[in-house]
Design a protein around this ligand. Structure first.
Ligand SMILES: *Cc1c(COP(=O)(O)O)cnc(C)c1O
Length: 379
């Protein structure tokens, strides 16, 4: 008797709510818990069916999570990692060697840049950078790591065009799909070879764990990525994997509310005189909107905005009852991060990344409007 019955014909909510489900076994839990074990009983003599033996190479809970990701991505080979950076490291260090050239975003996730510039360069890999909007120096490149929409600038890279150019130049393409999630964008369908993601953000979505994954449809790339995880031990904790699996069931409804809130907040901010710039790919008129509509299935809950200065952001955060100061995104609760305080991004002092939660839209709008008014008045 099989309970696993979703197919490509089903909608996102149906696939997400059943993702990773196991075939029914009478008398066994319908929702199995995490398998918290480093050691498993083995037969006294080698041979027989493949079994779990030791927790680093594999674990039943990782397998459930990887199957769930694969179902959300339309059938991919997935390796789950301890964090997004562990996933990115697996692609950079597991696939590149001395003499290769990698292109990474100059305006993307800030930790990727020093990792590449310092460590990859030390191992003899040439590191080039390019803004998310391009142009991308693909000639002679081995691998392009793209990020779209970019964190925190919310620029969008034209994936079909850049992937085609990379393919023609013989370069592999990996796309950091953290901001979009698999329900927002499927880079492998747009020409990419690999997807990397921090599932710490909207995918797990509750601000309580770190996790990442790498996906591909290529057996050889998948094997290299998995070998890297086994060698380095950059495995997710089974409990975190299980928490993420549990969270996936609500991904569709969380993203729907987050995106509705983000669009409403983008519209609110666009109409405020003290806000000098707003970026949200879902906002008609945004410079990225046209490309985003072509390649994204939904636009997510994150936007960016330029407020007057650091003190203004501090006053606004102090006045808000719903938005907290947090340096992550994708949580079910709204968070605001003034990026310049960390020093990694080339952004003005008052630049904020706003991650909309699943609060009622009217409540969030009323709260942010009151917080902006308070920040203006007290200024
Ligand atoms: C957060 C983030 C990462 C790193 O993920 P961790 O889970 O914190 O290691 C990588 N890429 C992007 C775009 C991110 O937002």
């Amino acid at each position: 008797m099989s309970t696993r019955s979703t197919s490509a014909a089903h909608g996102d909510g149906t696939v997400a709510s059943h993702a990773g489900e196991r075939d029914a076994v009478l008398g066994e839990p319908a929702r199995p818990g995490p398998v918290l074990s480093s050691v498993f009983h083995l037969p006294p003599a080698p041979g027989g069916p493949a079994l779990d033996g030791y927790g680093r190479p594999d674990n039943p809970t990782y397998r459930d999570l990887e199957r769930a990701f694969s179902e959300l991505e339309g059938g991919t080979k997935v390796t789950a990692f301890a964090s997004g950076m562990a996933a990115i490291s697996a692609v950079l260090f597991g696939l590149l060697k001395a003499g290769d050239t990698v292109v990474i975003p100059s305006d993307g996730y800030y930790a990727t840049r020093p990792l590449a510039a310092d460590r990859l360069a030390a191992f003899g890999v040439t590191v080039r950078t390019a803004p998310t909007l391009g142009p991308y120096p693909v000639e002679g490149a081995t691998l392009l790591l793209l990020e779209t929409p970019s964190n925190p600038g919310m620029d969008v890279c034209d994936l079909p065009a850049v992937c085609a150019a990379a393919r023609a130049a013989g370069a592999l393409v990996a796309v950091d799909n953290t901001t979009a999630t698999p329900l927002g964008q499927r880079p492998l369908d747009l020409g990419a070879d690999l997807v990397v993601a921090s599932d710490t953000k909207a995918l797990a979505g509750h601000g309580d764990l770190l996790l990442g994954h790498v996906s591909t449809r290529d057996d050889e790339l998948a094997a290299k990525v998995r070998q890297w995880r086994t060698w380095t031990g950059s495995i997710p904790g089974p409990f975190e994997a299980w928490l993420a699996l549990r969270s996936l069931a609500t991904l569709d409804v969380r993203l729907a509310r987050q995106a509705a809130n983000a669009l409403a907040v983008a519209e609110l901010l666009s109409a405020r005189p003290e806000v000098t710039a707003v970026r949200y790919p879902g906002l008609p008129g945004d410079p990225a909107h046209e490309v985003a509509v072509r390649q994204m299935r939904r636009f997510g809950g994150v936007l960016s905005a330029e407020l007057p200065d650091a003190a203004f952001v501090e006053r606004m955060l102090a006045a808000s009852r719903l938005a907290s100061a947090v340096t992550s995104f994708g949580d079910v609760r709204t968070g605001i991060d003034r990026r310049a305080q960390w020093g990694g991004d080339d952004v003005p002092d008052g630049f904020v990344r706003i991650s909309c939660g699943i609060e009622d839209t009217e409540d969030l709008l009323a709260d942010l409007k009151a917080a902006l008014d308070a920040a203006v008045t007290a200024g």
